[in-house]
Design a protein around this ligand. Structure first.
Ligand code: AMP
Length: 251
């Protein structure tokens, strides 16, 4: 079985985000970019499944500008067997990514498609659900544990829901999106970084996959959150209670 993993290039989680002066988005020029953390978890899970003998190949895919190849190289250095880059220069919203993924699934025919539960740049949390809908595949979102039964072609997924854990049984092929506690992604070792340089990355354009990149969404404006007011130090519990009651009106 082949596993396809979608990895997105995003502004590194440790970077302090700056809004562009014209308020059209956030600054990405001269900013450290990395693989979306939930996608690292997705790739790690695919690699562990392969290492346990339940999959034969892990294919990492990324959509976006030419620099996505760097993110794919990181994925290859972690252990993915090959990469696919769909080059697109404009804004890519979840429905476009989901359509591109569906087209790639039709080419590659994986038994499992793993995505992050959300990208930390747009926080959409939509792509996995959309691609599952487009493919008509079962979906296990926010997975915190994945167990594969190759013989019966079933994946058992524990998912973190508000009330606790829900366990789903999915017939393969299926879509899984990963939550934070699923695993701890590995670091790429130096020999694997060297090896990754010779692994193949296939390129597609959206046109070659018959996907028209368009969106019904328009970003009107991006602004910084209001600055937090400075706190005050209270001198006694009574003063704190008084402020909570009469100023904050929360008790
Ligand atoms: P989102 O729905 O935008 O929060 O993204 C959820 C997941 O979809 C990400 O963690 C990725 O696995 C996948 N994804 C979204 N955009 C892209 C992209 N441009 N390239 C590759 N994967 C993507």
């Amino acid at each position: 079985m082949k596993i396809m993993v979608a990895i997105k290039r995003v502004v590194d989680y440790a970077v302090k985000i700056r809004v562009k002066p014209d308020k059209t988005g956030v600054e990405t020029q001269n900013v450290k970019m990395s693989m979306n953390p939930f996608c690292e978890i997705a790739l790690e899970e695919a690699l562990r499944i392969k290492e346990s003998g339940l999959a034969s190949e892990v294919v990492a895919v990324s959509m976006g500008t030419a620099q996505c190849v760097d993110t794919l190289r990181t994925g290859l250095a972690m252990g993915a067997d090959r990469g696919i880059h769909v080059e697109a220069t404009g804004a890519l919203y979840p429905l476009s990514v989901a359509k591109l993924l569906k087209a790639l699934v039709e080419v590659e025919k994986p038994g499992l498609l793993i995505l992050g539960k959300q990208a930390i740049d747009d926080d959409c949390n939509q792509t996995g659900q959309m691609v599952a809908g487009l493919l008509g595949w079962p979906q296990g979102t926010f997975a915190s544990k994945v167990v594969l039964d190759k013989e019966n072609q079933v994946a058992t997924v524990d998912r973190e829901v508000d009330g606790g854990l829900e366990t789903l049984s999915l017939d393969l092929p299926a879509v899984i999106t990963t939550d934070l506690r699923l695993n701890q992604p590995r670091y790429a070792t130096l020999p694997n970084i060297m090896k990754a340089k010779s692994k193949a990355i296939k390129k597609f354009t959206p046109q070659e996959l018959n996907v028209e990149i368009k969106s019904d969404l328009e970003v009107v404006q991006v602004t910084e959150p209001p600055k937090r007011k400075a706190g005050v130090v209270v001198s006694s519990v009574d003063e704190l209670l008084d402020k909570l009651k009469n100023e904050a009106h929360v008790i």
